[in-house]
Design a protein around this ligand. Sequence first.
Ligand SMILES: Cc1cc2nc3c(=O)[nH]c(=O)nc-3n(C[C@H](O)[C@H](O)[C@H](O)COP(=O)(O)O)c2cc1C
Length: 207
Amino acid sequence: MKKPSVLMFYGSPRRGGNSDLLGDFFLSGAEEAGATVERVRLYKRDIGPCIECGGCDTTGECVLEDDMVSIYPMIQQADIVVVSSPIFFYNITSRTQALVERSQALWVRKYVLKKRATEGKARQGVFLSVGATKGRLLFDGVKRVLRYFFDALDADFVAGLFIRGVEKRAEIKSHPYALERARQLGHALVTGQGLSSLEDVWLPGKK
Ligand SMILES: Cc1cc2nc3c(=O)[nH]c(=O)nc-3n(C[C@H](O)[C@H](O)[C@H](O)COP(=O)(O)O)c2cc1C
């Protein structure tokens, strides 16, 4: 049987920071469970925003020539797509937002051209996020953004981890439960095991 493939988008400009660590732990769990993994560090890539040129309107192919050219096929091949991003001004980071906007070409394929990106089983989408404050609504807006992003990718938004109150680089190491949850989540999704044992995992529709 083919090993599941996991594509991780690291969305923080800060190397070795909190969302990076969540992503790393997720991948270590996924690799332990036998997945193949690919990592894309968004701030190392040249990815511009959508310029609303209409170039994809009839083809579902983006006409911009930047690093998204190689990223679209990576998305197409992934079984599990993971985005890790810190909260910046109640939003995802701007480079992560550029990735989201550029999924417009995939949205056209799905909703205008009626071409399914996946055959049979939908891929899975996971969002890992961190913020410094403890506000109740901290992740409300970005959860919605990611819901629409994953929908354009033909991915079910199956799980997320949302960690409040971490600010300094790698401060999340002082919350080992959060990193362990990320590792368990990576493992559980690859093995197809239920997530009910992961009580801190946010499941869409339940909150
Ligand atoms: C430009 C900027 C804006 C931020 N805006 C918020 C915010 O609106 N709410 C919040 O809780 N934290 C905010 N933070 C704090 C980061 O989310 C926090 O430090 C996080 O742990 C950084 O994650 P990283 O280490 O993965 O980059 C902001 C940080 C920066 C640099």
